[in-house]
Design a protein around this ligand. Sequence first.
Ligand code: GSH
Length: 208
Amino acid sequence: MSIVLHHLNNSRSQRILWLLEELGVPYELRLHQRDAVTNLAPPELKAIHPLGKSPLLEVDGRVIEESGAIVQYLCEVHGGGKWLPEAGSDDALRHNELMHFAEGSAMTPILLNLYVSRLGEAGAPLHDRINEQLAAHFGYLEQIMRPSGHFIGDDWTGSDVMLSFPAEVVVMQGMGAAYPKLAAFVAAIHARPAWQTALAKGGPYFGN
Ligand SMILES: N[C@@H](CCC(=O)N[C@@H](CS)C(=O)NCC(=O)O)C(=O)O
């Protein structure tokens, strides 16, 4: 089986690189650099998938797009039964919810904040609502974090991988003190050898 990760520097692809290292799956890493001015992905990614975004995982030439689908695939095929809850269990349903929540819900206020901040004064009327939604989504994650330091059960699952990105945003934006469980979750990830290997291979990520 041939696996190629198309990795964009300083991007959500970092969590796929981390997962590949955790799973010990052999893979080829193709590095793509953001444009220094626009911060957008280089046009070459559009030749791999029409959206031209990262992460993209090529498995025997079949391109998988969307982080959640990639994480689900890797956990199912290469997780050795450890990275997903038992099929049919309530935890499996919960896991599915959180896999979708990560990109489908949590990213909306995060991206709105990013883009509206660029509008300066013109964006001011939107900030109260965006901040309220950021607090709602981050607060929800803080609330459901289990005593084990994981979102499901007592060990790492795909949902931890997917939710690592919104948790990273909390820490990166200096809100770790307000969400101490998310901050501890991020610190635990950063301490993992697989994370450090991924960082060394993928390049700087939020200044780590
Ligand atoms: N929901 C998608 C989002 C993919 C995405 O927007 N990736 C960003 C990096 S974090 C990207 O490629 N941005 C560059 C661009 O849009 O040009 C996923 O999770 O895979």
